[in-house]
Write a protein of this length. Structure first.
Length: 302
């Protein structure tokens, strides 16, 4: 996933259904000798957990919790879409504009408190490691860097087949990937993780080798390819970016329908368009284990 030099200003056209990170705060500076517990937080996205269509899918949201021994304060850190999931996955087709218009950014949100009831009752709240205040402060610096340079949310993982060793053409960039990066950073800083099973949700498209089509200017600009531009607009036409999570998944199944029928998908990734020659089983939502990382430094704590 490409890193960018800075985060672009958000366009006023992009309106969020829910405010991003409403109670967010700066990450505090911890005392170096503090001992901080790190928690794995995971819960189902309840909004559609019990929909008949989706009840059997394990669609989970991931976060990480911290508890300071010196102050007794708890904190939650997560990464999610600025304008909700639909906007990150589907563009707006705006009148008078040739190119599809994307409202797509994701970012980290840090706030005081852990909603124990939410994570415990519905999912997971488990201690995974213990770190020093110094390591926490180093992590905070890394989060700032990660946030400023990894700015676009990417819903899809695209790979050649369901086989575990299959070629991954494009990797997703969403809430769980941020948590995995955070754990890896902590391991690199010296955190030693407990031996517990950790699973994550992925939405995977299956495709033959992707074909590069160009960027917004080369396809939709004055010298662009009018036929290709019309085809891409037509592909995105049935999908609505402004929608609830439940509606998003209805659209997801509509996509599958079109994709299976036509064996084609148009992907926008790192500001470029790609054609995916889709193949069976086309799309899968999986919930699979990704082990906690092993670090590269001398260990601290538990």
């Amino acid at each position: 996933h490409r890193r960018f030099d800075y985060r672009p200003k958000t366009d006023p056209y992009c309106q969020a259904r829910y405010t991003f990170c409403p109670t967010g705060s700066d990450i505090p500076l911890m005392k170096e000798d503090d001992v901080i517990e790190v928690y794995r937080l995971q819960a189902p996205v309840w909004e559609f957990k019990y929909g008949a269509l989706l009840g059997h899918l394990k669609i989970m949201h991931d976060a990480v919790g911290f508890k300071s021994s010196l102050t007794g304060k708890n904190y939650t850190m997560e990464w999610y879409e600025l304008f909700q999931l639909g906007n990150c996955t589907f563009p707006h087709l705006r009148p008078g504009m040739d190119a599809p218009f994307w409202c797509n950014q994701g970012a980290a949100c840090f706030y005081e408190g852990i909603d124990d009831a939410h994570w415990k009752a519905n999912g997971t709240l488990v201690l995974v490691t213990t770190i020093s205040g110094t390591m926490f402060n180093d992590l905070a610096q890394w989060v700032k860097y990660d946030n400023e340079t990894g700015i676009y949310y990417e819903t899809w993982t695209v790979q050649a087949s369901p086989d575990k060793k299959s070629t991954v053409w494009f990797d997703s960039y969403e809430c769980s990937k941020f948590i995995l990066r955070t754990y890896q950073k902590l391991a690199d800083l010296g955190a030693v993780f407990k031996k517990i099973q950790t699973n994550y949700t992925s939405i995977i498209l299956f495709s033959g080798e992707p074909i590069y089509l160009g960027n917004e200017t080369s396809i939709f600009g004055p010298q662009g390819n009018k036929t290709l531009a019309a085809t891409i607009r037509d592909f995105y036409n049935p999908f609505k970016p402004h929608q609830s999570v439940r509606e998003f998944f209805v659209d997801l199944f509509r996509i599958i329908d079109r994709v299976i029928l036509n064996h084609q998908f148009y992907l926008f990734y790192n500001l470029e368009y790609w054609f995916l020659p889709m193949k069976s089983p086309y799309l899968k939502i999986i919930y699979e284990e990704v082990p906690l990382p092993v670090g590269s430094k001398a260990s601290f704590g538990v």
